[in-house]
Ligand binder design. Sequence first.
Ligand code: LLP
Length: 385
Amino acid sequence: MFSSKTIEQFKNISTPFYFYDMELLKDTLELIQSEASKYGYHIHYAVKANANPKIMRLIQSYGFGADCVSGNEIKRSLETGYSADKIVYAGVGKSDKEILTALETGIFCFNCESIPEIELINELAEQLNKKARIAIRINPNVNANTHHYITTGIEENKFGINRWEFDSVIETLDNSNHIELIGLHFHIGSQITDLSVFKGLCLRINEIQEWFNERKIFTDHINVGGGFGVDYNHPDKNPIPNFASFFSIFDEFLNLKPNQELHFELGRSVVAQCGSLISRVLYVKNGINTKFAILDAGMTELLRPALYQAYHKIENISSNEKSDTYDVVGPICESSDCFGKAVSLPATKRNDLLAIRSTGAYGEAMASKYNLRDIAESVFSNEIL
Ligand code: LLP
């Protein structure tokens, strides 16, 4: 919901643009901080969700670490104030150059996704005469029951090390003098709203951890990744996810060893709801059975509907007229460039402003220049209001 003052300001800004409600982001961060500190949990912000430097700086100011998946994300995290000893680095395809950057930086931990990767990190660490701290990313074969493109923790996925490889992992670690195993890492998918999925993850981790402990392998920390979902249907009613319930699941069901730390990599749940994509209607055009509202924003600014058939709430913030039904589409030369079909909106006309909600996560971060489009600007509530 935008105040009339905010909407007045929007009128002067050239569209499309990403708008960030920094007060909401602060409230979200305060809640995460207070709920996580009840249990002493460590939070790494998953930079892939939104790497905008102003967003990243604000998140860092709450003491969070960073979860990175590329050398450039590590660089961006350092530039925006995250300390190297709070950076974790995952990804199935870390390049030699990226691994060297991470080793030179002295990050907290590599989350390793395969045996050949552990071997390469060992080799490169030896060249630099360093010891790399690693966690093994385990594929726990727990189904996140989310969109299949954002499920990562079942055996058919490319992520993590599967159970049948554990013996070989131990052998590899025994032969790797430049590696120190400090953690077990898991991440089973994204936009998970059914908390029982996380309970299932905890129970599976308990079994896996037991397997390692029986073999005298103990780790300083467990990292359970991210994945906590947000309410895309009701961004105003549920602007902040229920972090108290989320963290309490881990407290209740995960068996941590004495002094063992628990780490999280939260992305979407931190930033999704504070962002909206603001766009102008270019044309309203009649189709056979529908009216098209054609926007100046498209899949280049928000890929999620085209890629995952994701739902984002769409609002006409310029009109109070009687509702009509529109297919809300972008200007890109692709039929999948559609934000919503048969969307009920107040009667919509050229130059109306539309807000596409909950775009703070994986909106700006997944922008592209397809069709040689300009990258949209970002606008922050604390700079315009
Ligand atoms: N940790 C790892 C290892 C990950 O792969 C991810 C997300 C996260 C943490 C953060 O997950 P989150 O808390 O944001 O769910 N582009 C997709 C989402 C891809 C998520 C990829 N990994 C989307 O727009 O829905």
